[in-house]
Design a protein around this ligand. Sequence first.
Ligand code: UDX
Length: 440
Amino acid sequence: MRITMIGTGYVGLVSGVCFSEFGFDVTCVDIDAEKIERLNRMEVPIFEPGLDDLIERNYADKRLTFTTDFDSAVGQADVVFIAVGTPSRRGDGEADLTYVYEAARRLAHAMKPGTVVVIKSTVVVGTCRKVAEIIAAERPGLDFSIASNPEFLREGSAIEDFMRPDRVVVGVVDTRGEEALRRLYRPLFLRETPIVVTTLENAELIKYASNAFLAMKITFINEVADLCEKVGGDVQKVASAIGLDKRIGSKFLHAGPGYGGSCFPKDTTALAATARKYDTALRLVETTIEVNDARKRAMAERVLNALGADPAGKTVGILGIAFKPNTDDVRDAPSLVIVPALQAAGVRVRAHDPEAQEQAAPLLPGVEWCDAPYDVANGADVLAVLTEWNVYRGLSPRALAERMRGRTVVDMRNIWPAEEIAEAGLTHVGIGRAPTRGES
Ligand code: UDX
């Protein structure tokens, strides 16, 4: 079975490469000629652990190709995936489906009869049906199947998530679509991965509702963390005990500076906007969005408070700029709110991130970028951890303390044992627990 993946963004590239790893012939197509050229030189445009090896292997074995030739790539495919971007539309927050519809119009003319068209991009309810209508209108009488196959990949562990998902969700309208997708995911069924075969609308909803639920779960524990700080609790203890209840589950209960990334902010906003369009208020989702936005601003306040009455002219060292570890992605990262808020108060910001500095530099003008984590501490009045990269966990509190001018560490991911920080003479301000004062 030949697959063509339209769009070599995060989802398209990872899915295409993983299907080739399953043994299928995959052509990845993109309108961005430079990106395709780079991929053909084995230069991977995103940082994703394990991806380069899979690309090199499958490319060498000729199961994986990259091209800008849309028509021939689509013309030879049995299954065409649409995995183009769906950014948030300015103004109403709904997902912008321009690229999806454009791809549908083009592929209608290029595909052979009997092709299965699968929407992998995250699209609001009703989009898959609309894509089918567009294809039918562009080429009346053409025999094809439409299907929805949302992805649940997390950046940083996308390959593992693709190879070992909790479930595969497939929305179909006929047996041809169902059979094609069952075949593509067959390698997973050896592991007894559940496959949910349902309608197009259900598949679209499952994706949004899953992400909104996870965003709510994080936001809930973040609010519990605020309360813990007030009443002398410890959110990590509370969260791990809550999580032992199987109905709740232990994952996505790490309190932090608020969720970011390419999915949760965009998908919660799009889901709320869709609901409003149908005169339904998803109040929990709306509140989640508000609370999360406010949290990022509150984190900037927390750092400013740690600087004392007159923050202007002081220096903050920031460890971690990416929205989470193991990615160079800074989309909707808390750092993009926190750093400018500090700078607006006249604070000098020094920062380090193992992967995201290049992406972040144009978005965060005025930041002094450091090559090594320890350099961030040099002369810092406050040190703040925004992303829980593993390389930060082992830093020596004493070595940090020696370099710093001030005595406070704001650990927004609770990566360091507060007592060890305190032993080095620094005050540890964590999330969801009382600060631990430095021993002098
Ligand atoms: C998410 C979904 O997990 C994935 O299924 C979907 O396909 C895309 O969106 P991703 O954005 O890559 O994946 O990252 P994820 O690991 O889910 O983290 C999202 C955000 O939540 C990050 O900012 C992270 O720091 C934050 N988070 C996550 C917490 O603050 N606490 C947690 O317990 C978990």
